[in-house]
Ligand binder design. Structure first.
Ligand code: NOJ
Ligand code: NOJ
Length: 709
């Protein structure tokens, strides 16, 4: 009887977590990224486990070995994290990694303390959990995080297993049972191609080997099912969201089906690592097409480059302003971009420029900027080690101090509180530059009548007189929301017109940051977020914002009502109705019938299945011309004929044959054709009747046709 009661309580808890609002909306969150091994050692019994003994260095002198940090340690530091104000924690890949030491070029031992050398995606790494690789410590950590109001984001690397040519030779296990390895792969679980040589070649990026790591073949039905089942299991153990490692190297088309599969299991938020140098990158267009269509947000690398150039290297603020302007014009879901400047792959800002003012300013910038901010662990303690410039591994420092009184700790707490609270401007607002010179950036976030105006002076010596500043803040006097923590003071706003209210001239002292805010009461429902942004009839979607009212109203997808599953003043969930696949506008109506603004939702035909299309002997192409796929459903671009609307570009390692892996609606008869889009945008259609194909209901599909002249 006792046990029965316990089970019921447990089940009730699970239901409670599953229905927590905002599970698909991270825009009100501040993310804290940790390298789990380097944060806190909460359980010494897993320091040197028998199956992988010798990979632990208690002296913390070999930076490539495990140092003892674990899930229990994260759990023990939960109140520190809560006090910091962060509401989501991004942890290292926690799945079982290889057990063998792989010596580096100098013969020194190395271990996968970072977590990017998986062997079994269905078990937990023994150094982070327990020696039996169970989920016990993971479960305990996720429930402790949840009861402290903190979401868990797991780093997940679907691109590869481990080193292809040493150690365990890429071995993959399914909950302990051997599946395949790079040197033992009769069923094609892996790709067997050279290392990527050309990082602008779309085929090499997706099909070649990244950093010598055995490359998973997601078009193989076994691999596909395995990865999706592993993700599902991780969700069932309390993972709220995933950071997807190396999304530029995983088969792009497959990732749409991965996202769809995750969203069908439960509400989630996904963001991928699409490494790039800026908006001028050769594949920048591919990156925003991917973010706009896949349902997967991206880490904001172009902005990261600009932030580091401006705050660490002394470039003018116009570089940040230009990056934001370009990206905001291209990304539909710009508030779902995940913003950061430090990470486990970059030297810390303080290693590039040891100036704590600049670190504080950069922190304030990302916390107020559009996008979901990441704080890299230790930045709040001004942690850095500058050996060899502070790059990998010296950026994966041991966390040594947990002070709750540093300026950065207080700053993060204040701005995280502003973001998660009733002012929706930071989470959902538009973004506008209001005043700019080389040293000063004043920018405004605005969501309906909620406004946050942020001013940063990065000069350590020069104060500036700010005149001619306009704002959408209503007339009045505003004290600095940061309470002079970084030297800011109050401003006076005068009445103006057209949302441009003049601010009385004031002085922004050297290295000052000030934040002024106005929180409004909504008079109609105001929608700021939808997630996922793409899904099929029957999928649950979350819409968030403010002023929805406490009484249930209605939701329309186009003109059709969706079934409301939950309703609160700031977030609702509903089920996508059975309507024709297309891109729709979603509208909320409060119980009195007052309608909100609209937000875009792509309604798929059905659940997504990976399908690889091949067209042989496609029309002659010249350099810069590409073959694309187009067809009769939203997944096929609805006969679109542009780079953004058709599916592609396709890949031509066997020119003049072209192929592309995509995600298509399960069990659906699709009509399609191939087109050439020339470098100048001119379109050539293949002739003949449409090709037809029935997408399988499970597994993965393949279809090969000849180009019809
Ligand atoms: C990018 C990760 O951030 C990096 O740390 C890792 O080594 C590679 N992907 C490979 O997984
Ligand atoms: C769009 C479709 O109707 C398709 O069937 C046709 O081949 C092309 N247009 C080219 O006319």
């Amino acid at each position: 009887m006792k046990t029965m009661q316990m089970w019921f309580r447990l089940a009730a808890c699970v239901v409670l977590f599953a229905s927590t609002l905002y599970s698909q909306d991270f825009k009100k969150h501040v993310i804290y990224q940790v390298v789990t091994d380097r944060f806190f050692n909460g359980d010494t019994t897993n320091d040197n486990p028998p199956q992988s003994s010798g990979l632990f260095d208690s002296t913390k002198t070999n930076w490539q070995l495990y140092w003892g940090g674990d899930l229990a340690g994260l759990q023990q530091k939960m109140s520190y994290l809560k006090g910091l104000g962060v509401t989501a924690i991004w942890i290292s890949p926690a799945v079982d990694n290889i057990n063998l030491n792989i010596p580096d070029g100098n013969g020194n031992a190395t271990a996968p303390y970072h977590g990017y050398a998986a062997r079994d995606f269905k078990r937990i790494e023994e150094h982070f959990g327990d020696v039996n690789n169970t989920f016990a410590a993971f479960d305990s950590f996720t429930s402790s995080a949840h009861s402290n109001g903190i979401k868990v984001i797991l780093d997940f690397a679907p691109n590869h297993t481990n080193d292809a040519t040493a150690g365990e030779f890429g071995s993959l296990y399914d909950n302990g049972t051997f599946v395949a390895a790079c040197n033992n792969d009769p069923n094609g679980i892996f790709h067997h191609n050279p290392d990527i040589g050309d990082f602008n070649d779309r085929y090499q990026l997706q099909y070649y080997t990244l950093e010598g790591l055995c490359d998973l073949n997601q078009e193989n039905a076994t691999t596909d099912a395995y990865l999706k089942a592993a993700l599902k299991q991780l969700q069932q153990h309390g993972t709220d969201a995933f950071r997807i490692d190396a999304v530029k190297h995983v088969t792009w088309g497959w990732e749409y089906s991965m996202a769809n599969s995750i969203f069908n299991n439960a509400g989630s938020f996904l963001y991928g690592e699409w490494f790039q140098g800026g908006t001028g990158d050769d594949l920048y267009h591919d990156s925003y097409k991917f973010a706009n269509k896949s349902g997967i947000g991206l880490l904001d690398f172009p902005l990261e480059v600009a932030i580091r150039d401006v705050f660490a290297s002394g470039n003018a603020f116009s570089e940040i302003d230009n990056a934001l302007a370009a990206e905001n014009a291209n990304f539909i879901w710009q508030n779902d971009l995940v913003t950061f400047f430090d990470s486990h792959d970059l030297p810390r800002l303080l290693s590039v420029n040891n100036n704590t003012n600049r670190l504080n300013e950069a922190l304030a910038f990302v916390l107020a900027c559009r996008g979901i901010p990441v704080i890299y662990y230790g930045d709040e303690q001004y942690l850095h080690n500058d050996t060899n410039g502070g790059g990998d591994p010296y950026n994966r420092n041991q966390m040594t101090s947990f002070s709750t009184t540093t300026t950065a700790y207080t700053l993060i707490n204040k701005l995280a509180t502003l973001r998660s609270g009733s002012n929706d401007a930071l989470a959902y607002g538009s973004s506008q530059q209001r005043w700019l010179n080389n040293d000063v950036y004043i920018f405004e976030r605005k969501f309906f009548n909620d406004v946050v105006l942020t001013a940063i002076n990065k000069s350590d010596t020069t104060g500036y007189t700010i005149s001619g500043l306009n704002t959408a803040l209503p007339a009045g006097t505003y004290s600095d929301y940061l309470a002079a923590l970084l030297g800011g003071s109050s401003i006076t706003v005068n009445n103006g017109t057209g949302g441009n209210n003049p601010v009385s001239t004031f002085t922004l002292p050297a290295h000052a940051v000030a934040v002024w805010q106005f929180t409004s009461t909504a008079s109609a429902p105001e929608v700021g977020s939808i997630g996922p942004t793409v899904g099929q009839p029957g999928m649950t979607v979350t819409v968030a914002g403010k002023g929805f009212g406490s009484t249930t109203g209605s939701v329309l997808v186009g003109a059709t009502a969706g079934t409301v599953k939950s309703w609160s003043d700031s977030a609702i969930t509903f089920t996508i109705p059975s309507i024709t696949n297309a891109v729709y506008n979603v509208t909320l109506k409060n119980s009195g019938g007052t309608a909100s603004n609209t937000i875009q939702l792509t309604v798929l035909t059905a659940k997504l299945i990976p399908v690889t299309f091949t067209v042989n002997n496609a029309t002659p192409t010249s350099p810069g011309d590409y073959i694309f796929l187009t067809g009769n459903t939203v997944e096929l671009g609805n006969w679109g004929t542009t780079f953004d609307t058709a599916v592609g570009p396709m890949l031509d390692p066997n020119y003049p044959n072209w192929f592309l892996n995509t995600s298509m609606p399960a069990g659906t008869v699709i009509q399609f054709k191939f087109i050439k889009i020339a470098a100048n945008g001119a379109v050539t259609w293949e002739g003949g009747v449409n090709h037809q194909y029935t997408v399988p209901t499970t597994g993965t599909g393949f279809v090969t046709v000849n180009w019809q002249n």
